[in-house]
Design a protein around this ligand. Structure first.
Ligand SMILES: [Zn+2]
Length: 303
């Protein structure tokens, strides 16, 4: 099942985000992908819990017989449950590690709490290491980065491209050369090393595009273009207020990333400016989009 999911998601891509990361909630750098085992077990536990509340059912009688109507102890006491009742045996083990939830909580919330705690204990048991980028950039405020990306007023395709860029899984020549897939680490369009940041800000028309965007960002942030940092494209840990200003800045950064990744080397600054006007029109044609960015994107019209 996991292999099928991996194949569907990556279709043979060279660098991947590990499945264990994709299972994480979006605000922790994952995509909230369902963990099939945790999901099955949590459905099983909530189903048994439901049987407990019913009267005169076989399952309830069996649960009562092995004192499972109350919460299993942690660590579980196996109480000599016969082998043929292996589902009760399993329940006794699994449920012991799920936190006790108030009975007044809705069924949906109880299912979610059960699933999340199982997911965390699976990660802990597997001793899953920290995200690779977290190890590379330990001082970055990653939860701020993920929250910003998650809340940015952009479409899912752009969010997905940015997700790949932030997780640093774009197959640049520098990385491909390191694992000996290509003969040179140099960029095919110029004479510099083909790193991720080079692709976004430092190659061909990309230089002019990024310079232009820096002047627009500087207008919003009331600063000079030289103070706009290149690494905001890779790690947008921006603390900005009000929210509309932050949304507008995130929208602009996301557009640079999307355009540079999709149309690298083929399109000009003029194309980029026209592309921006189109995507801005799309955003502002919805009331929600107008609420998200206010008037901040009028900087694109200023000379
Ligand atoms: Zn280049």
């Amino acid at each position: 099942m996991n292999t099928a999911i991996q194949w569907f998601l990556w279709k043979g891509a060279i660098f991947k985000v590990p499945l264990s990361t994709l299972h994480l909630p979006k605000e922790e750098g994952g995509r909230a992908l369902v963990h099939t085992m945790a999901k099955c077990v949590s459905l099983f536990i909530t189903q048994i819990e439901l049987q407990k509340q019913r009267t005169h059912t076989f399952t309830r009688d069996w649960l009562s017989r092995w004192q499972l109507l109350t919460r299993p102890s942690n660590p579980p006491n196996m109480k000599q449950i016969p082998a043929k009742f292996d589902y009760l045996y399993r329940y006794n083990i699994e449920a012991a590690y799920v936190p006790l939830v108030d009975i007044s909580t809705t069924k949906k919330a109880r299912k979610r709490i059960c699933y999340t705690s199982l997911l965390h204990s699976i990660r802990k048991a597997a001793d899953t290491p920290d995200l690779r980028i977290k190890r590379l950039w330990p001082t970055t405020d990653w939860s701020l980065v993920w929250t910003n990306v998650q809340n940015a007023p952009i479409n899912e395709q752009m969010r997905c491209t940015w997700y790949h860029v932030i997780h640093d899984i774009i197959p640049t020549n520098e990385r491909l050369h390191r694992i000996k897939i290509v003969p040179s680490e140099m960029c095919q369009g110029c004479t510099k090393i083909d790193t991720l940041l080079h692709r976004l800000t430092d190659c061909g028309e990309g230089i002019r595009i990024w310079q232009y965007m820096k002047t627009r960002l500087a207008l919003i942030l009331r600063t000079t273009p030289s103070r706009i940092r290149d690494d905001w494209l890779l790690r947008p840990q921006l603390k900005l207020w009000p929210e509309k200003k932050r949304n507008a800045v995130m929208w602009m950064l996301a557009n640079v990333v999307e355009f540079s990744c999709q149309h690298r080397n083929t399109l000009s600054l003029q194309d980029f400016m026209e592309y921006l006007l189109r995507t801005r029109w799309k955003l502002l044609s919805h009331q929600r989009g107008r609420r998200q960015v206010g008037n901040y994107l009028t900087v694109l019209d200023q000379m």
